[in-house]
Design a protein around this ligand. Sequence first.
Ligand SMILES: NC(=O)c1ccc[n+]([C@@H]2O[C@H](COP(=O)([O-])OP(=O)(O)OC[C@H]3O[C@@H](n4cnc5c(N)ncnc54)[C@H](O)[C@@H]3O)[C@@H](O)[C@H]2O)c1
Length: 383
Amino acid sequence: MIIVTGADGYVGWPVLLKLAEEFPDERIVGIDNFARRKWVEEIGSVSAIPVLSPCERKKRLNESYGNVSLMEGDLTHRKTVETFIRVYQPDTIIHLAAQPSAPYSQISWDKAVYTQYNNNVSTLNLLWALKENNLTETHFISATTTGVYGAPEYPIPEGFFEIEYRGRRDLVPHPHMAGSFYHMSKCNDINNMWLAHRQWGLNISDVRVAIVTGATTEEARDELSTRFDFDFYFGVVTHRFCAQALIGYPITVYGKGLQGKPFVTLEDCVESFVELAKRDGKGFEVYNQTIGAVRIVDLAEMIRDAAMEEIGLEVEIRHVPNPRVEREDHEMLIENDNFKKLMGRLRDLKGAIRDIFSTLEGRKKVIEAYRDRFLPKDLLGGK
Ligand SMILES: NC(=O)c1ccc[n+]([C@@H]2O[C@H](COP(=O)([O-])OP(=O)(O)OC[C@H]3O[C@@H](n4cnc5c(N)ncnc54)[C@H](O)[C@@H]3O)[C@@H](O)[C@H]2O)c1
């Protein structure tokens, strides 16, 4: 029995569909409170790719797969989670539910508190429900983020850090140096998961997800597509740049753009969660789910070149003042041995960018209509 939280989300929906294909004899239940749809509406944007309504998604799952369902539920409600876990007694939980936007969490006190309450209480409720139902063998697979590491000068290890202090050595969890209230919510999640593993023996795979890039997966396409956001708050950098290029808008690099950021394709992201679901949990394992870091300026050039190759469009790269507090020249070095071992081979970013261009080609009108969502108001101006 497999539970997927956040199953209506950008990553969760394709994960649910892939599980349905790969585990035809397993009961699979997705849960979501459909909040992501409301947040994007609240900040005045839309998914560039239309997605089925929750009702239609439920219906399609019923029609296509007898063993899969999607239900509505809020993980911050303790009773909902406790009942859910007690009834289903899952062998595996893939926990993807969260408010995942750093800029959204930085808007105001309310958004920061909402993000941390939502993310941390959801995770705590799941961990406590496992403990209280004696489900210590359940494999708890959780999406955190590579953003928890901050921007150190040394190569970032996978979760653990060997330290030497006053002649003594030890292996400790890597310090958390996140740069937003959202990213800090994931640091808090990691602390709580680590504690739950240490004190109750829960088996946890902590997947530190990089910037996920891509529009489709083998299963999530056409009518069954996942969402694709391109606005300042919910569009990740690759998606914003591709949407801008697609309509001939300048690709807007924040500041110098010399900082390296870690990426992963949507296909690999989804596949690795499904791969982990095939395995038993073994203590506390960490995966840096990334193909490695790319500098933002190099990413902008990659997307500009792809725009020329794929749609014959020449686009400008424009540097704009950086709305984020971050180092603009941090060379990110990040290790990913556990992730590579899990996956075997990894897909490259260029393929994901081509996939975005071909999927969004017919959606230019929507992007054009919402182009004022690319940047915060004070950075708009010009074209
Ligand atoms: N997409 C990325 O680039 C990226 C990068 C790093 C980490 N992550 C992490 O991966 C996971 C999936 O991200 P995503 O991009 O699919 O985000 P998403 O917002 O599309 O999906 C998260 C889903 O969780 C649901 N949700 C949120 N709070 C809930 C609650 N209290 N109860 C029930 N459902 C709730 C939302 O409605 C949404 O459908 C998140 O944990 C996110 O923090 C994503």
